[in-house]
Each structure stands twice: as C-alpha cells, then as structure tokens.
Design a protein around this ligand. Structure first.
Ligand code: FAD
Length: 228
C-alpha cells in the first residue's frame, strides 16, 4: 500500500501536477503500468519540514542545455526516500534551481538514478536506510548526486521554466508564492487554466533561507494522510 502510494501518489503526483504535456506523454503511462518505477526525493538529511532550505542544487548549463544536479554538502543527501534503496529507476528531485548565477528557489526535476539492471547511474550513489519498525516492506533510501546531468526538459515546468539561454520565466512573480504553489500544492489535482498568461522573466530568489512557509504542513499532510 505504501509502495503504491509512493509510486502513484508521490512520484506520479509530482509528474502529473508539476509537469506539462511533454512529461505526461513520456511518463504517465509507464508509471501507471509500473514499467517506470519512481520515487519522490524531497527530504534531505538536514532538511525535513523546512523544504525551502533544501540544499541540493540544479544548475543550468546553457552550453549543453542541461541541468547539473548536485548534493553540495552531507546534509544535502536525500534521505528516507521511499523506493530509493532498491526499486526506483527515476527520482522526482526537489532542488534549488540556479541559472545565470542566480538562485530561483526549489523546483522539481526528473532524474534517472538506476539502470535497467538496478545499478546506480554514474554520479548517483544510493544506500538503504535499513530496518524500520513500522514500514519494513518499504525500501526507504538515500541518494547523493555528484554533478549528474539531465536535459533541460527534465524540469517539471508547469509553474516556471528556463529558456535555452538560461533566462528564468514564470507567470508567478513572487518567489514565496511560486514556492508555495509548486511545493505546497504539488499533490493537488488542479486543472490548468486555458487562458493562463504566458510565463515571463522574473527576479531571482534572494531571501529563501530562514523563511518558513506552508510547505511544512503540506509535507506532513502528505506524510500522514497519503502515502509516506
Ligand atoms: C517512513 C517514512 C517515509 C518517508 N518517505 C519519504 C519520501 O518518500 N520522500 C521524501 O521526500 N520524504 C520522505 N520522508 C521524510 C518525511 O517527509 C519527513 O520526515 C518529514 O518531512 C519531516 O521532516 P523531519 O523528519 O526532518 O522532521 P522535522 O522537520 O525536523 O520536524 C520535527 C518535528 O518538528 C515539527 N515541526 C517542524 N517544523 C515545524 C514548524 N514550522 N512548526 C511547528 N512544528 C514544526 C514537526 O511536526 C515534527 O514533529 C519519509 C519519512 C518517513 C518516516
């Protein structure tokens, strides 16, 4: 039951609610059919409820048109991630988006972590959280990223995007409102507005640290009522 919640509720929910058509076309069918096993990599060793302070970085490289996913410190290690110890091939990774030298806060990226045989991909190191009293059937694990490159289109870009030249665009101007919309409501099954205005360049996030927001309670709602 919990494994199903991780696969369809957390991983699938991130793809569905934070992604756009290109992600839905590529991932929804295989993840429903269990041909693509995924995990939801938000929590870090040093950051649980305070999602806004996550340390994992996703730095855009315009030369290769890729994001570089990296765990810069020990406390940036993804931790207690359901499916990460053994079965997940792909992770929905929450990380600080950096482009043109500026940070724009937490965004979600699709990051392959294992090959078809279950081996960690280059730059990815997974490990097992070990035995748990309550959920021994769930392979909760840790993930460390060492400059792992993913294509620009792996950014789940429903609420914000990065152009090929590195320009950050979003139709949500406020950094805190953008964060709450993306992270605090990621699991809600909202329908897209047909007349949503096109995204536009916005200012970088300059004051994310130490600023708590409702992501704390939303994470706990997910933890207690859905599937963790
Ligand atoms: C079995 C299990 C499976 C999990 N699976 C996943 C997973 O698949 N993916 C994933 O990303 N994470 C997963 N997690 C991690 C889980 O989301 C975190 O444990 C959770 O976000 C809380 O973080 P924390 O444990 O660091 O606690 P902390 O954030 O340190 O909180 C500790 C205590 O302080 C309280 N607290 C924290 N902030 C505030 C505040 N602002 N105001 C009032 N009280 C506050 C909390 O309610 C809690 O009681 C899993 C955890 C468990 C136990």
């Amino acid at each position: 039951m919990v494994k199903a919640g991780v696969q369809w509720g957390l991983f699938g929910g991130a793809i569905e609610n934070l992604g756009t058509k290109r992600h839905h076309d590529k991932y929804v069918s295989p993840l429903i059919d269990l041909d693509l096993l995924g995990c939801f990599a938000m929590t870090e060793t040093g950051h649980g409820s305070d999602v806004q302070a996550l340390e994992t970085t996703a730095t855009f490289d315009p030369v290769t048109d890729e994001f570089v996913i990296h765990s810069p410190t020990a406390s940036a290690r993804k931790d207690y991630i359901g499916g990460a110890a053994q079965h997940a091939k792909v992770a929905a990774v929450f990380a600080q988006l950096v482009t043109n030298g500026e940070s724009y806060g937490v965004h979600c990226f699709v990051v392959p972590i294992r090959d078809a045989d279950g081996n960690d991909l280059p730059g990815v190191t997974t490990s097992d959280c070990g035995y748990k009293g309550g959920l021994p059937g769930v392979d909760n694990g840790r993930i460390v990223f060492d400059n792992v490159r993913v294509p620009r289109e792996n950014l789940l870009n429903r609420y914000a995007d990065v152009d090929a030249d590195g320009t950050y665009v979003s139709d949500i101007e406020s950094a805190s409102r953008r964060f709450f919309t993306m992270v605090g409501t990621w699991y809600e099954d909202e329908s897209r507005s047909a007349d949503r205005p096109g995204p536009r360049p916005v200012s970088p996030c300059r004051s994310r640290r130490g600023t708590r927001c409702c992501a704390a309670s939303s994470t706990h709602r997910a933890a207690t009522t859905r599937c963790f």
